[in-house]
Design a protein around this ligand. Structure first.
Ligand code: IMP
Ligand code: MG
Length: 178
């Protein structure tokens, strides 16, 4: 059971820390793709704030598109079943595609998306995540750009939800699981 009363959560990553990591990733991408164009593919809904901040830190020409995947019910454990609720609208063939995720946990969601996009023959296909729960990975998938690595724990805020709530919190909180 997760209780979400305000005294059951504490700030894990402040908005200042997040902004600092987003800026760093933006610089890394701008450096890696100097004189090229990148296409950011945001995974809705969780990445909407991250991608909005990230694209403003990228100095090379950028285009953006979104997919919507769902793997979680209302619990905090992945079901392992990934559903595509919204497909890409732009072709990715020949483009420098960067998948932008809020968080990688087991890795099932990303593996599924990665393999699907690979079939469409992008020029390059990279993975960018704000949060990496590396220790919880169940499939072999590595992000090329990582904001913050963390161990276990369920977090909310800055796009991350619990039961669709708390995405609006400007900082990231860890929640006491009871
Ligand atoms: P995976 O398929 O297990 O890697 O799950 C990834 C997805 O689960 C993320 O895109 C999030 O939507 C969700 N998720 C995983 N951990 C958390 C968390 O701590 N807080 C909120 N959502 C999470
Ligand atoms: Mg997500």
């Amino acid at each position: 059971m997760i209780t979400m009363a305000e005294d059951n959560r504490s700030i894990l990553f402040s908005r200042e820390r997040i902004a600092q990591e987003v800026k760093r990733i933006g610089q890394e991408i701008s450096r890696d793709f100097q004189d090229q164009e990148v296409m950011l593919v945001g995974v809705l809904k969780g990445s909407f704030l991250f991608i909005a901040d990230l694209i403003r830190e990228i100095e090379v020409p950028s285009v953006i598109d979104f997919v919507r995947l769902a793997s979680y019910g209302s619990g905090t454990q992945t079901s392992g079943i990934i559903e595509f609720r919204k497909e890409l609208e732009m072709p990715i063939r020949g483009r420098n595609v960067i998948i932008v995720e809020d968080i990688i946990d087991s890795g099932y969601t990303l593996e599924c998306l990665y393999n699907k996009l690979l079939l469409q023959e992008p020029r390059t296909l990279k993975i960018c995540t704000l949060i990496d729960k590396k220790a919880r990975r169940e499939v072999e998938i590595e992000a090329d750009y990582v904001g913050i690595t963390m161990d276990d724990g369920f977090i909310i805020g800055y796009g991350l939800d619990h039961d669709e709530k708390y995405r609006n919190l400007p900082d990231i909180y860890v929640v006491d699981e009871e």
